[in-house]
Structures are given as C-alpha cells and as structure tokens.
Write a protein that binds this ligand. Sequence first.
Ligand code: UDP
Ligand code: MG
Length: 320
Amino acid sequence: MAPAQTLMADPVQPVISLVVPFYNEELVIDEFRSCIVPVLEATNELFEVICVNDGSHDRTAEMLDAICAEDPRFKAAHFSRNFGHQAAVTAGLHIARGRCAIVLDADLQDPPELIRSLLAKWREGFDIVYAQRRARAGEGRMKRGTAFLFYRTLAKLTEIEIPVDTGDFCLIDRRVIDILNAMPEHNRYIRGLRAWVGFRQAAVEFDRRERYAGESKYPLRRMVRLALDGVFSLSWAPLRMAIWLGLLLAATSLIVAIVLLVRKMTGTYETAGWASMIAIVLFLGGVQLVCIGAVGEYIGRIYDEVKQRPLYIIARTSGL
Ligand code: UDP
Ligand code: MG
C-alpha cells in the first residue's frame, strides 16, 4: 500500500507544471519569461515552471538561476553535460509535481497562448492533449519536407497510431506522467511513448512560428538520430524488412536459375556477363550490410538498456 502521506492531497501541489528544455538559449530566456508568465497567471491556477538546462555552454545557467532567485515559481535543474532534448523533457517530467504537465520549447516556436486551449481540453476530461502543427513558419523547405515524410512513414511502420505533425508540445495528465516516468527505456522518443500509452487523447491545431532568436539545435545529423529513435523504438519493421528482402531475392534467384537452365538446354546460353556479375555481387553485398545494420541498431539499443546508466545526470538545481 502507498504510504499515508502520498494519499493526502499536497496543499501546495501546483496544478500546472510547465516543462521547458533549454540548450544554449541565452537569447530567448528573457522573452520566454515575459511571454509565459502572463499566460500562466491568466489561468488563475497554481503553477511551476521547470527549466531543464541541458548542459548549455552560454549564459543560460546563470540567467535561469537569476530568474529562480527572483521568482519562486521558477525552478531549474542543470545537467552535468548535454544529454539531448528528449532526456531534458524526461527529467522535467520526473521533477514536475503538477496535476498536469505542459511540455513546451524555450524558443517560443510553440505559442504560449495555446496553453489555454490545451487546458480547456484537459478540463473536458482528456488525459493527453497534443498540439498538432498546421503550418510551420520560418523553417526551410528541407526541414518541412523531411518532417512531412518522416511522420507519415513512421505512422505506416508502426502498429500504434501516432498522430502526424505533432512535436513534444503537449499537455499530460498526472496519471499519464506517472506511467511515462515509470518507463525506463533509454532511447526515448517521447511523442511515440505518449501515443503508445493510450488513454483519452485529443489534438489542438496550431501554426508553428519562427524561432524567436538564435539557431535551431537540431542539425540534420540530430534530426536523423531522433527519426531513427522513433522508428527503432516503436517498430519491428526494419527487422521484417530483412526477411522480405531475403525472400524476394531468393525468389528472383530461383527464376534466374530456371531461365539459365532452359537456355543451357536449348543451346542459347552465352558465357558473357562479367559486368552483370559484379553488379549482382555488389547489390547482394549492399542488401546484406543494410540488414546487418538494421539488426545492429537493435543490438546497440539493447546494449544501452542493459548498461542501465541513468538517462541524465543533474549536477545541481535551483529553487528545487
Ligand atoms: N534542446 C535541448 N537539448 C538539445 C537540443 C535542443 O534541450 O540537445 C531544446 C532547445 O533549447 C529547445 C528545444 O529543445 O527549447 C527544441 O530545440 P530546437 O528549437 O533547437 O529544435 P527545432 O525547433 O528546430 O526542431
Ligand atoms: Mg525550435
């Protein structure tokens, strides 16, 4: 049984915990604070803002500390190094004490005004309310195109229904937060886990804005990594792909063998074909390496899990 004190309502438990990851965001912090506070105050609910500093190298840490010293509703956790966006959001959800948590980017690409709509849906009884992008301003063709393709491919590859065009911007009810917090997996793709848990989910549409200042912390390399985490943590499809490719090639080789046999018997067989031979050998080598690579991805992830290292390390906190 749970200890008695956890059964009693915490008198100062905030209703809303805002969870915000910061990585080298010195240019946006002040604007972030001045946009977010009025929106949260207008809800007339008790709130806390959990700022997770993901090992920033700029003045983010000092600036967050100063805000926490001034305003006790702000709390900061500083990672010992950069552990990545998903780890930062995970830490924020671990720390959050609210009856619901709202995950939001620091760069104001996710419009704070939408918090009202998220809360309204939550009060209607939804456990997860995610913000779905209608349009994305200020993001290059490349990013929009790849994101468009990725979300649709991922939706096809997995059996669970992952809503397309949703980022981490969402509201999560306390009981779902507790479930997500109890999931120990390391290569976290939070929007996938969020879809996987089920419960009553609703979408609220919005237009994604331009970043307020500074640059995206997601260069192509990290986007690819996040995309791979999405696929490999939610889907078996790459492993099955090896089986299907293998069957397809075996069937092809059988047909080729029959054709060659017939030609040999009918005397129309010619012994040319060095070029085609090389092409076939290279093709098969490529297919095999891709399949081994896919298996390797899963083994690497298993290795990460069995090491059981923490998902992140908090070096120090302020206001907590
Ligand atoms: N972020 C983070 N750790 C990282 C990269 C990004 O905490 O390693 C934070 C970043 O400060 C921002 C959010 O995650 O609040 C989203 O990052 P960004 O805006 O750079 O991504 P984009 O919107 O371009 O996809
Ligand atoms: Mg951004």
